[in-house]
Design a protein around this ligand. Structure first.
Ligand code: TUI
Length: 311
């Protein structure tokens, strides 16, 4: 399947891995790219030199193109933005903010720019600022989210811009892939599906929580702070939501979440850590390799698209 995105990124399958903080390190990114998708190193809040190290290690594991996600709430985002250029990374995705001020320098350096957006207005602004493609991410996603679902957001973004659109949020099997393509996407980005990839470094307690999750097991914390985050319900989210209801200050709330994603992903603290995951976690039943995840979703998706309605 050739699309604007497979052409733009030089990949075999129109499947992109989300730039998840702590989870999306070089082992996962390289495995996804080696499997024919587009792997992404999530820079998140890592110090810039660590991001460079991650890029160099990824290059050792794959000859295929991969990308870096620049999380714009990171105070070091500008330095990370420069490292991406210095290391000749194929493409950047951005999250949790407006990357407009970095776009000209990335373009000049030949880095493909793919902002992740949660609204039509932001998609249109990104196209005007020179973005090569857009990820339209619905609120089914894990992590920092907007307010609109993928089903509603994706076709509206597709109609509003002329650059290729990648659908994200709530996609983890061939049905979701086919649905996104039918809504006008030229690729999908998945995060939650790769939480259980055999090649990643995610602690088994975190994986097991994703595998055990049911449809209604994710909650959104942080709405009162202006930074809503979706993750799986646990002792931490119950405490956080109780404090939020009582009108706690941002400082009081941040005490609970400080370092909590690392505690969950690396140390396996699935009770008091932040277990970011999307609503589609309920669909994920077992671990698999990146190759298995990508080829099964793609093959099942293409079969559904070819079948149409009459057979
Ligand atoms: O960025 C994400 N997902 C993330 S980032 C992250 S790290 C984090 N942890 C705790 C609190 C906040 C961040 C975990 N998950 N997805 C892409 C995304 N971007 N979703 C929504 C947005 C977004 C939001 C506002 C994009 C642009 C935007 O613009 C605001 C503005 O500056 O106008």
């Amino acid at each position: 399947m050739k699309t604007g995105i497979t052409e733009l990124l030089g990949i075999e399958y129109p499947i992109i891995q989300g730039g998840m903080a702590w989870v999306a390190e070089y082992n996962l990114a390289a495995a996804v790219s080696n499997a024919g998708g587009f792997g992404i190193i999530g820079a998140a809040s890592a110090p810039p030199e660590i991001v460079r190290e991650q890029i160099l290690k990824c290059k050792e594991l794959t000859d295929k193109p991969f990308g870096v996600n620049v999380m714009l709430m990171n105070p070091n985002a500008e330095e990370v933005a420069k490292i991406v250029i210095e290391e000749g990374v194929k493409a950047v995705t951005t999250g949790a903010g407006n990357p407009a001020k970095f776009i000209p320098m990335w373009k000049e350096a030949g880095v493909k720019v793919i902002p992740v957006v949660a609204s039509v207005a932001m998609a249109v602004m990104m196209e005007r600022t020179g973005a090569d493609a857009i990820v339209a991410e619905g609120m089914e996603s894990g992590g920092h989210i907007g307010q609109t679902t993928t089903m509603a957001l994706l076709p509206q973004v597709v109609d509003a811009v002329n650059i290729p659109v990648i659908g994200a949020g709530g996609i983890a099997d061939g049905r979701g892939f086919a649905a996104a393509i039918m809504l006008g996407a030229e690729a999908v980005q998945m995060g939650t599906a790769f939480l259980v990839a055999k090649e990643n470094i995610v602690h088994e307690n975190y994986r097991n929580k994703v595998i055990a999750a049911k449809d209604i097991d994710s909650v959104v914390t942080g709405t009162s702070t202006g930074h809503p985050v979706r993750g799986l319900r646990n002792h931490m989210t119950k405490e956080y939501l109780r404090l939020e209801k009582e009108g706690a200050t941002i400082d009081e709330l941040e005490k609970i979440t400080l370092g909590a994603l690392r505690r969950a992903v690396i140390e396996g603290d699935a009770k008091d850590g932040t277990v970011m995951a999307g609503q589609i976690a309920g669909l994920i039943k077992k671990e698999a390799t990146c190759k298995e995840i990508i080829t099964s979703i793609y093959n099942e998706g293409v079969e559904l698209l070819n079948r149409g309605v009459n057979q």
